[in-house]
Design a protein around this ligand. Sequence first.
Ligand code: B12
Length: 219
Amino acid sequence: MEDHAIEMIVQSVLKGEANKVRFLTEMALSNGTDPKKILHEGLLPPLTIIGEKLRNNEVFIADVIIISRAVHAGLHVLEPCLSDGEAGKRGTVVIGTVAGDLHDIGKNLVAMTLTSLGWNVVDLGIDVYPEDFVAAVKRCRPEYVAISAMLTTTINEIGSILDALEAENLRSSVKVIIGGNPVTSDFCFTVGADGTCGDIGEIGDMIASVDRRKKRVSQ
Ligand code: B12
């Protein structure tokens, strides 16, 4: 029964039926299905399928936009469950997707996960320029800056943000974590960011290890 409900979510996302996805997600939740199961087995797998089709030119960009809206409709229902925590207790994270990049599903999931882990999240949205990250750091004085980049053509914007923070003498006052489809540990090391991970389930451990490393360095 539960698996049938999840499969219906997958099919509705693939058809881009935002209202039906919202309804099916609400139904699944009220029937007691684990929100993480709805997310990882219902809402996200269609993005892998459509991503492959996009790569092979089998779908138009408009199809992907419609499917993304359907994913967002389900995420909106799940948000209170995924971001339930003592927000703000651990400090502030400024998050955004780099300039020239419109992908925000992963960034939104990272934001929800950080909220659930007790962080106050200031979300700058998509297509965020280095100077806007700098302005937000000056304004909000966060412990962390979290940067998302989904394209090989926009990944180098991460370096520009780090340079902009350095130029304003802000780099040593914040820890910078990065992620997104093309981001690897090697890239993270080379660009001089403090940590990365490819899965929202690993963010808590990754932040703990960045905190430990930074504490050792400052002692
Ligand atoms: C949805 C989508 C779109 C939507 C985005 C809508 C939206 N609101 O986000 C739209 C239609 C706008 C789009 C446009 C384009 N896209 Co697109 N898109 C995708 C798709 C199918 C899914 C992305 C997604 O949301 N995944 C699900 C989320 C949960 O995963 P995620 O983003 O990777 O995030 C996870 C991790 O990476 C990590 N993470 C992410 N950010 C961060 C940040 C931090 C700090 C941390 C710690 C972790 C972290 O945690 C997240 C959760 O686990 C991918 C294919 C794919 N399978 O990834 C292609 C893909 C990313 N797109 C691609 C391309 C080429 C494009 C276009 C250039 C297409 C075109 N010809 O115009 C445009 C670019 C537009 C632009 N300027 O940004 C390519 C990128 C190839 C490359 N190597 O650069 C991909 C890989 C498709 C492909 N196979 O070719 N796209």
